[in-house]
Design a protein around this ligand. Structure first.
Ligand code: PLP
Length: 429
């Protein structure tokens, strides 16, 4: 069933560390061989052995309208004939900036980069340069990319591989990263009290997606906003996952809470390597060349990436009903999974919001990293493989969110629920 994938993984391991170019793809925490893909259309992936899967990873978020979305493919084809890179300004960069500013609340300016990592790294530098302070607070199990400062108590692949402290990240750098449990305001208050006027920023995934999906508890984001206001700290929403996914204006719009800086990735590039950070003019104009806080990129604002992102974002802007439909699909799936797991007597929690969800096999609520880490990973492993065999491609880790794409049909969702029923039966025996 996976013979060609197995051969390719053998080859890949000789040439690419761990056989993959990003750790979670390697299936390390669930075991087995990663599936090598050949093509995808809509909600379906096709691997090199000819197997078909319904996709709940969606390239870890970007493919919100499904794979090979025709308007994006056509736009890329057209723009590729003009040049794949100019390294000079284009009108397209203004158009995508105008579009982003029109969709996202509380921002006047945006700088395009090439990944979510770059976006978060640059936003942190800006927050530090702007406030003249060095330390920042992040939350355990939140992931903001692989820049040194963020690889402390990080979620996603770092959590999946159970790496407690990352070799190569110096103690000096790590000392400026303060961590608190997610959804825990008193812990944040204590950190602020212990480091008066030293904290530049609080960076948070407004809905965590890198330790499974964990929505903020009522009052958590509001409390962070208040603490930032009271202490001259910038609130940075890492919307790399949630941006343009939870709502057109992301978590700021959904929760009605203002962030001082916002970071984007994934959807903003329509599947091309893109990130961005944005904020009010007063802060953003400190970025070079308007200001002295340096940030740059040879391929930043790349025309192919910009037209892909622009085309996808424009579709989302013009069709707000997409968000309602995504939520309906998610609810249908969640109800079906709950019924299937419940009927089989499997203790579980399903966290979900908008078009994000995750399943944890445990009886207690998953509100932070400690809770997520305590769930039954062994059962998840078996469930993951049983689903894969039945043609459903789930994230290969409990520390990742599942993503719903608009391309999923009722038939796909029913197929998934039926697969889950069969998978549960198989893993119980
Ligand atoms: N921030 C969040 C919330 C993410 O989920 C990710 C990636 O998964 C990143 C930042 C880093 O983005 P990238 O992988 O594009 O560098």
């Amino acid at each position: 069933m996976y013979s060609r994938s197995n051969v390719l993984f053998e080859r890949a391991q000789q040439l690419i560390p761990g056989g993959v170019n990003s750790p979670v793809r390697a299936f390390k925490s669930v075991g087995g061989t990663p599936v090598f893909m050949r093509s995808a259309q809509g909600a379906h992936l096709f691997d090199v052995d000819g197997n078909r899967y319904i996709d709940y990873i969606n390239s870890w978020g970007p493919m919100i309208l499904g794979h090979a979305y025709e308007p994006v493919v056509k736009a890329i084809q057209e723009y590729a004939t003009y040049s794949t890179s100019f390294g000079a300004p284009t009108e397209l960069e203004i158009k995508i900036a105008e579009l982003i500013v029109s969709m996202v609340p509380n921002i006047d300016m945006v700088r395009m980069v090439n990944s979510g990592t770059e976006a978060c790294m640059s936003a942190l530098r800006l927050a530090r340069g702007y406030t003249g302070r060095n330390k920042f607070i992040k939350f355990e199990g939140n992931y903001h990319g692989h820049a040194d400062a963020f690889l402390v108590s990080a979620g996603s692949g770092v959590a999946t591989l159970e790496i407690q402290s990352v070799p190569g990240v110096t103690q000096t750098v790590a000392e400026d990263t303060l961590t608190a449990p997610y959804n825990n305001l008193p812990a944040v208050e204590q950190l602020i009290a212990a480091h008066p006027e030293q904290i530049a920023a609080i960076i948070v995934e407004p809905v965590a997606g890198n330790m499974g999906c964990i929505p903020p508890q009522p009052g958590f984001l509001e409390g962070l906003r208040q603490l930032c206001d009271a202490n001259g700290i910038l609130l940075v929403f890492d919307e790399v996952m949630t941006g343009f996914r939870l709502a057109r204006g992301g978590a700021q719009e959904l929760f009605g809470i203002r962030a001082d800086l916002v970071t984007f990735g994934k959807i903003i590039g329509g599947g091309m390597p893109v990130g961005a950070f944005a904020g009010p003019k007063e802060i953003m104009e400190h970025i070079a060349p308007a200001g002295k806080i340096y940030q740059a990129g040879t391929l930043s604002g790349n025309p192919i990436a910009m037209i892909a992102g622009y085309t996808l974002l424009k579709t989302l802007q013009e069709n707000p009903v997409i968000y309602q439909q995504l939520e309906e699909k998610k609810d249908y799936l969640v109800n079906g999974l709950r019924e299937a797991l419940g009927a089989a007597g499997i203790i579980h929690q399903i966290n979900h919001l908008g078009s994000m969800l995750s399943v944890h096999f445990t009886e207690y609520p998953i509100i932070d990293f400690t809770a997520a880490s305590g769930a039954n990973n062994e059962l998840f492993k078996r469930f993951f493989h049983a689903m894969l065999e039945r043609g459903v491609y789930l994230p290969p880790s409990t520390f990742e969110s599942w993503f719903i794409s608009h391309a999923l049909t009722r038939g796909d969702l029913d197929f998934t629920i039926a697969a889950a029923k069969a998978a549960i039966k198989a893993v119980k025996n």
